[in-house]
Design a protein around this ligand. Structure first.
Ligand code: COA
Length: 314
């Protein structure tokens, strides 16, 4: 059976780090470290340097994923990049990454599904790999999110950060148990107004988003487990979208997972939108937590509303 196997993971974070206090001071915000960390778990975030593009960050994450897989860029025949902060409407950021990696064949395109973008990108890539449309795909989430924040809106600007993560997926004919087991994508445009970019800036009704988050994520997780005849107890790692520690903790509790089985980066990265899941994956693979054979559950919700889940055996 043809399956998409995760051959490598990579992540990149810009050098500049701002703690909550430094952010408050830099942008003259009426907020506090206590308010931000108590409600969200966020303590600091990375910020892209002037001139550092979404494609630059994505390419750096891809280089680590390629190196970890022992793959050469020439093997890649598809680049699928999820972002809410593309460098331009066109060329796509994925095509810019293709050029930066010196790849001159295959195809590349961007996906827009806000914070759910990486789950969508994995879903699309997995379908294309299993159909034979490509054999080796870089799947990326990359964001320069701090470029679309309204620094006078303390309710949203404290929540986000910049970065990129990537996975290298290879089509394998006899993967054993390994690979992407299934992806589950959803959207409902009726709730588009509660989290959107308007006039070039993020606008969010935080309470409303929170209200939808836990129930929609829980139903996507149930769907993913049922589709694979798996039980909650089979999940070894939860790698959730990193928006808010309270939402992450609620999902961990729902799955009955001990805290050490939930990969958390929101404290150090804040919400990096489409980049948050692949960044968390890269970190947990790098430090030896996630190992070959482990069952990993990913879930996300974001503007659209969009939401979804993916199950993968590493
Ligand atoms: N610092 C200090 N006070 C702040 C603040 C900040 N950064 N941001 C908002 N406040 C104030 C508000 O002005 C409000 O004050 P008021 O009561 O005097 O009017 C008060 O805090 C409560 O605001 P509210 O927005 O109701 O807070 P909340 O408890 O809902 O927490 C969020 C706000 C954003 C942390 C929370 O709603 C949340 O996490 N939502 C989900 C967001 C999310 O995950 N988005 C991404 C999805 S991909």
């Amino acid at each position: 059976m043809l399956r998409s196997v995760i051959a490598g993971t990579g992540g990149y974070l810009p050098a500049r780090v701002l703690t909550n206090d430094q952010l408050a001071e830099a942008y003259n915000l009426d907020t506090s470290d206590a308010w931000i960390s108590e409600r969200t778990g966020i303590r600091r975030r990375h910020m892209a340097a002037p001139g550092e593009s979404t494609a630059d960050m994505a390419a750096a994450a891809c280089r680590e994923a390629l190196a970890q897989a022992g793959a050469d860029a020439s093997e890649v025949d598809a680049i699928i990049l999820a972002t809410a902060t593309p460098d331009s409407a066109f060329p796509s950021t994925a095509t810019r990454v293709q050029e930066k990696l010196g790849i001159h064949r295959g195809f590349s395109f961007d996906i827009s599904a806000a914070c759910t973008g990486f789950i969508y990108a994995v879903g699309v890539a997995d379908s294309m790999l299993r159909s034979g449309a490509c054999r080796c795909a870089l799947v990326i989430g990359a964001e320069a999110f701090t470029r679309i924040l309204d620094w006078t809106d303390r309710g949203t600007c404290v929540l986000f950060g910049d970065g990129a993560g990537a996975v290298l997926l290879r089509a394998e004919d006899e993967p054993g148990e390994r690979g992407i087991l299934s992806t589950h994508l959803h959207s409902d445009g009726r709730h588009g107004d509660i989290l959107q970019v308007e006039g070039g800036m993020v606008r969010m009704a935080g309470r409303e988003v929170f209200r939808h988050a836990v129930s929609k994520l829980a139903s996507a997780v149930d769907e993913a487990l049922a589709a694979n005849s798996l039980a909650k107890a089979d999940v070894q790692w939860l790698v959730p979208h990193q928006a808010n520690l309270r939402i992450i903790d609620a999902m961990g509790r729902k799955l009955g997972l001990p805290a050490e089985r939930v990969v958390v980066t929101v404290d150090r990265h804040a919400n990096t939108s489409a980049a948050s899941i692949p960044l968390a994956l890269a970190e947990a693979v790098r430090d030896g937590r996630i190992r070959q054979g482990d069952l990993v559950l990913m879930e996300a919700i974001g503007g659209g509303l969009t939401w979804g889940a993916a199950l993968a055996r590493f």
